[in-house]
Design a protein around this ligand. Structure first.
Ligand SMILES: Cc1cc2nc3c(=O)[nH]c(=O)nc-3n(C[C@H](O)[C@H](O)[C@H](O)COP(=O)(O)OP(=O)(O)OC[C@H]3O[C@@H](n4cnc5c(N)ncnc54)[C@H](O)[C@@H]3O)c2cc1C
Length: 559
């Protein structure tokens, strides 16, 4: 049996930041990750990380917080947002002092670019490879503290004894053995759920594992109906072209050559928040002003030098997928699934409703993004809330001592997996996932209505039934990716259930949830969080968690 004070599931930015914080505080901490940490999706983050550094005279943590509240369409908890924005500058300096190389201005100060929905340019960056640079900085810190990493371990379940979290069960993917990993505190930092959809900007490993595990362990999942569709993804492969392109001044054009965004957002144009821009693009495409189902991202006027200095990766990604050189031609793009605002419900210390269990990063819902996240805030959330969750977890372990483990969950998981492997007939997971992807992309996309969402609920119910009889063809032990992929599909189905039921019940349009049958925001009825609880049938929805207000009352949201 493996045993540590604190175990972090996930080696992306949230997981590594949590582990470094716990190590600095003297805890015996380990990371369990299905990927090598530096291969986590965080490494694909291009555009940057927000902090009000005071480079622009009027930029303060308070104005950053207001932008988040407005961006969230007033659904974000304002205490959580303020905690994040107040800590942002300190965290950037912390990263800098540990060797993170941010791009700079000619006067030596950190460079910041404008991002959608922001009142000032406050997105710090390392060219257009920001996530990768921060990820490597944190990896060096893990090495420095000698943090143990269980790499290529696939966590399958949370252990809960007498209402207290005592660690996890994980499949050692090299040996095929299930192992019990005991911990005084467990922090889930397992990232996003993009693979619910057919096309997404997310990596192949973004399969909602931690979220599915928490849901099965009886924790509520919050605000999952709010799915962010990023305005600029490539039609060919769903790959993202960062908002940094528009931040640096790129235009969006329709088939008539118009910069159409000013029709929808007279002040901000291309730099309105993501939900607004994606809806505008989709409206242009649906009204016949698209080109082959896309609109165009035009960088040409920025000039060769600026593109090569600030946006080199974006140019390469577009060139590889489309054969078009952004220096010479506009690039066809369309909105694509990008981020889940919702996740495992936590408080402002990353604590869940089970003692000793925490969540941070994209898998968590604190909630700082509410109904719509602003670009550059997710990286910030991973760093701030990764570190906060670890602070609380270390204190918790100090006052509660070691976990009292039991092999109960290990045995149950072993039986479940043996049963799955013993089955000789039945549909295979990739087919089931395809059906899930199809209904999510068709019926839970940018614009939704009751008929579509009912269909999505029915389809998700059907795939949930189908996966109970799934067959895993590969019966071998070593790197059984068929088995792992099947369990990932199970987690995606759990996550999708939360999305579609939450979206059907919420009869309003707010942030990323745009209901064509309920086009208005309804503050009287819907200024509440959605909590989804798992049952054997349809999930139970609960609206007992109110939105926290500190300074800002809801206003009409215009850009
Ligand atoms: C292409 C792209 C560009 C982006 N650009 C930006 C940007 O510029 N600015 C910004 O703020 N945000 C950006 N985002 C969003 C942001 O990058 C992510 O939300 C954030 O990095 C997620 O970090 P994380 O640590 O929560 O998860 P991840 O980085 O996804 O890491 C998840 C970790 O969990 C592990 N894991 C998962 N399941 C299991 C399991 N069952 N067992 C064991 N380990 C498991 C994985 O191995 C991995 O290490 C971008 C996202 C994408 C997809």
């Amino acid at each position: 049996m493996i045993k540590h004070d604190v175990v972090v599931i996930g080696g992306g930015l949230a997981g590594m930041r949590a582990a470094v914080e716990a190590a600095e505080r003297g805890a015996d901490v380990a990371i369990v990750s299905k990927l090598h940490p530096v291969r986590s999706h965080s490494g694909a983050a291009q555009g940057g990380i927000n902090a009000a550094l005071g480079n622009a005279a009027d930029d303060t943590p308070e104005s950053h917080a207001f932008d988040c509240v407005k961006g969230s369409d007033y659904l974000g908890d304002q205490d959580a947002i303020e905690a994040m924005c107040d800590d942002a500058a300190r965290q950037i300096i912390w990263l800098e002092h540990r060797g993170c190389i941010f791009s700079r201005r000619p006067d030596g100060r950190l460079a910041q670019r404008p991002f959608g929905g922001a009142g000032s340019p406050r997105t710090c960056y390392s060219a257009d490879v920001t996530g990768l640079v921060i990820l490597h900085t944190l990896w060096e810190q893990l090495e420095r503290f000698g943090v143990k990493v269980y790499e290529e371990y696939f966590c399958t379940a949370l252990c809960v004894e007498h209402g207290i979290g005592t660690g996890v069960v994980a499949l050692n993917m090299r040996t095929g053995e299930l192992e019990l990993i005991t911990a005084g505190a467990t922090i889930f930092a397992t990232g996003g759920a993009g693979r619910m959809y057919a096309k997404t900007t997310n990596g192949y490993a973004s399969t909602a594992d931690g979220l599915g595990i928490a849901f099965r362990a009886g924790l509520p999942i919050m605000d999952m109906e709010f799915v962010q569709f990023h305005p600029t993804s490539l039609k060919e492969n769903g790959v993202l072209l960062s908002e940094a392109a528009r931040g640096e001044g790129a235009y969006l054009l329709n088939s008539e050559g118009d910069r159409f965004m000013f029709k929808y957002a007279p002040e901000k144009g291309e730099l309105a928040s993501r939900d607004v821009v994606s809806r505008a693009e989709w409206t242009e495409i649906m009204q016949g002003r698209g080109i082959d189902g896309c609109v165009l991202l035009d960088l040409r006027h920025l000039g060769r030098e600026k593109i090569l200095e600030r946006l080199p990766q974006i140019r390469e990604l577009a060139l590889d997928a489309t054969g078009k050189d952004a220096i010479k031609e506009p690039i066809p793009i369309l909105p694509g699934m990008h981020y889940t605002m919702g996740g495992i419900e936590t408080d402002i210390w990353g604590k869940t409703r089970i003692d000793g269990v925490y969540a941070a990063g994209e898998t968590a819902c604190v909630s700082v993004h509410g109904a719509n996240r602003l670009g550059g805030n997710s990286l910030l959330e991973t760093i701030v809330y990764g570190s906060r969750a670890a602070q609380h977890a270390v204190d918790y372990v100090k006052s509660n001592g070691a976990a009292k483990p039991s092999e109960r969950t290990l045995k149950a998981e072993q039986e479940r997996i043996d049963e799955m492997l013993a089955r000789q007939e039945g549909e295979r997971a990739p087919q089931i996932r395809k059906r899930l992807n199809a209904t999510m992309s068709e019926n839970a996309f940018i614009f939704r209505d009751e008929a579509q969402l009912r269909k999505a609920c029915d389809d998700v119910k059907e795939v949930r039934e189908a996966i109970k009889h799934v067959t895993v063809m590969d019966k071998s032990k070593t790197f059984n990716t068929d088995l792992v992929g099947t369990m990932e599909t199970e987690f995606l189905i759990e996550a999708a259930q939360c999305v579609v039921h939450g979206a059907l019940a919420r009869t309003e349009s707010r942030g990323a949830q745009a209901r064509t049958d309920y086009p208005k925001r309804d503050d009287e009825k819907w200024l509440v969080h959605t909590l989804v609880w798992r049952t054997d049938g349809d999930p139970r929805l609960d609206y007992s968690r109110k939105v926290v207000f500190t300074k800002w009352q809801p206003e009409v949201r215009k850009y």
